[in-house]
Design a protein around this ligand. Structure first.
Ligand code: 5GP
Ligand code: MG
Length: 181
């Protein structure tokens, strides 16, 4: 398949993503089999990953959704995030899996994790589709990761630039000319 014209190159194909997500689902299943975890999808970027991941976890799970303030259609972040849409579940005493699309500076996930920990869950583990450790400033690591990459701005498989490209089935590097305009 020819990639979208705004894509420099495909970083991870549909098949590579499916394999990595399925493997993560199995690892989570082994740990959470008897824990009925609350699996929290961070909107909107993690939606596609979340939908595939929970189906790869062959054990009881509960879904919930959370939205933190985003990059405001840009490509860099800073400061502390705000919760735009909160969970519906009372997570006190529950095991929580926080599903994030990308950890870049780590700021978003560090803030969200802090908010969740204040609610006294039994545990919180963070899992992400893509880890970009080069630009990490927050003192946080993903507990499980599908792909680790050097700094690049990527889209597809849920990831956007200005709300576009989320439905590309692969992950690709976006042409700089698209966001330099
Ligand atoms: P952080 O707070 O860790 O710097 O940023 C995390 C959020 O920034 C991610 O959840 C994602 O929404 C966005 N982000 C960071 N890097 C990229 C990228 O390469 N592509 C896209 N589409 N979003 C990114
Ligand atoms: Mg995000």
């Amino acid at each position: 398949m020819t990639p979208h014209p705004d894509i420099v190159y495909v970083l991870f194909t549909e098949a590579e993503i499916a394999k990595a997500v399925c493997d993560m689902g199995k690892r989570l299943r082994n740990y959470y089999a008897d824990k009925n975890p609350v699996v929290v999808c961070t909107l909107k970027g993690a939606v596609t990953f979340f939908a595939d991941l929970v189906r790869a976890m062959d054990c009881p799970v509960q879904f919930d959704f959370l939205q933190a303030s985003s990059y405001h259609d840009g490509t860099t972040s800073g400061g502390c995030v705000q919760i735009k849409k909160d969970l519906e579940t009372d997570i006190a005493g529950r095991h929580v899996i926080l599903v994030e699309d990308i950890i870049d500076t780590g700021n978003t996930i560090a803030c969200v994790k802090q908010v969740l920990l204040a609610r006294n869950p039994a545990s919180v583990r963070t899992v992400c589709l893509v880890d970009k450790p080069d630009r990490r400033t927050a003192d946080i690591q993903s507990d499980d990761t599908c792909f680790c990459i050097p700094d690049a701005f990527i889209v597809g498989y849920g990831l956007d630039y200005a709300q576009r490209y989320r439905n590309l089935p692969y992950i690709g590097v976006l042409k700089e000319s698209v966001y330099a305009k």
